[in-house]
Design a protein around this ligand. Structure first.
Ligand code: PGA
Length: 262
């Protein structure tokens, strides 16, 4: 796992976008990008939009798969993740909407839809890079504590903590959906690169558990420790509880030195 500790939210977003753009350029014909919602990746998406507008970063051949969607919300519902992605990224870049995939919260047969979603990911060639946030309860996507670490895309019941965390986006807490369709931990683990972002003091404790604690279904983000190429980008506040903070900074400095020597 590579851990980058940046000064602030702006720096996390910039570094995250740089990595996404670099990987996209390595596979210009058929890059598959996994996307996340929540407040954390908004800055990264803003930076990708800037790169598209000012530097010509091309999304026309990129396929995307979003991690999750609330059950019962249609794509045009303002709180749906589909709507969120349109507003925060898709409407501002040259993506082909036929290549965009967000789980269907209105699927008549959610279980069948979940299997179909898994199939679509495989048919697209698998996810090259998956953007991730981390929930206050340690979840990645909506894989709440206790989720099987081998789980696949399925319907998940949200925890009270997640419902409360997300209530800020709804008029009142009773309107927050109680279920979601989410990629499983096992699905996420198959992405070639996982890019997890976190910022703010509120995430410090759970982030330390995910990065340096035991691998456990109690904190599904801890599975990143088993991933072949997990990159964690956080700000100083979110990194405040990490034991090996100085070491991660030292590693980054040494890697920069090596790059300069080349
Ligand atoms: P946040 O949510 O980015 O709004 O903090 C993260 C998550 O729940 O995965």
């Amino acid at each position: 796992m590579e851990v980058f500790i940046e000064k602030d939210y702006e720096e996390i977003s910039r570094k995250g976008a740089e990595i996404v753009a670099e990987e996209m350029k390595k596979k210009p014909e058929n890059f598959v990008l996994g996307l996340a919602t929540g407040s954390t990746p908004v800055g990264l998406y803003k930076e990708l939009i800037r790169m598209h507008k000012e530097e010509g970063l091309d999304f026309s051949k990129v396929t995307t798969f979003n991690l999750d969607e609330y059950c019962g919300l249609a794509p045009d519902h303002e709180q749906s993740y589909h709507y969120f992605m349109d507003e925060n990224l898709f409407n501002h870049i040259n993506i082909d909407k036929k290549k965009v995939h967000v789980p269907d919260g209105m699927a008549e047969d959610p279980e069948a839809f979940c299997q179909e979603y898994e199939k679509m990911i495989v048919e697209a060639g698998g996810i090259d890079l998956q953007v991730l946030g981390i929930g206050g309860d340690g979840h990645i996507a909506f894989n709440e504590p206790g989720s099987s670490l081998g789980s696949r895309t399925r319907v998940k019941t949200l925890t009270q903590e997640t419902i409360e965390d997300n209530a800020r986006f709804f008029e009142n807490i009773d309107n927050v959906p109680k279920y979601a369709i989410t990629m499983g931990v096992g699905t996420i683990m198959e992405a070639r690169i996982c890019l997890l972002l976190a910022n703010g003091a509120k995430k410090a404790e759970v982030l330390a558990k995910a990065v340096e604690g035991p691998i456990t279904a109690e904190v599904t983000a801890s599975m990143m420790q088993l991933h072949r190429q997990a990159i964690v980008i956080i700000d100083e506040e979110a990194g405040a509880r990490l034991k090996r903070k100085d070491y991660y900074k030292h590693v980054e400095k040494m890697a920069d030195l090596l790059k300069k020597k080349k």
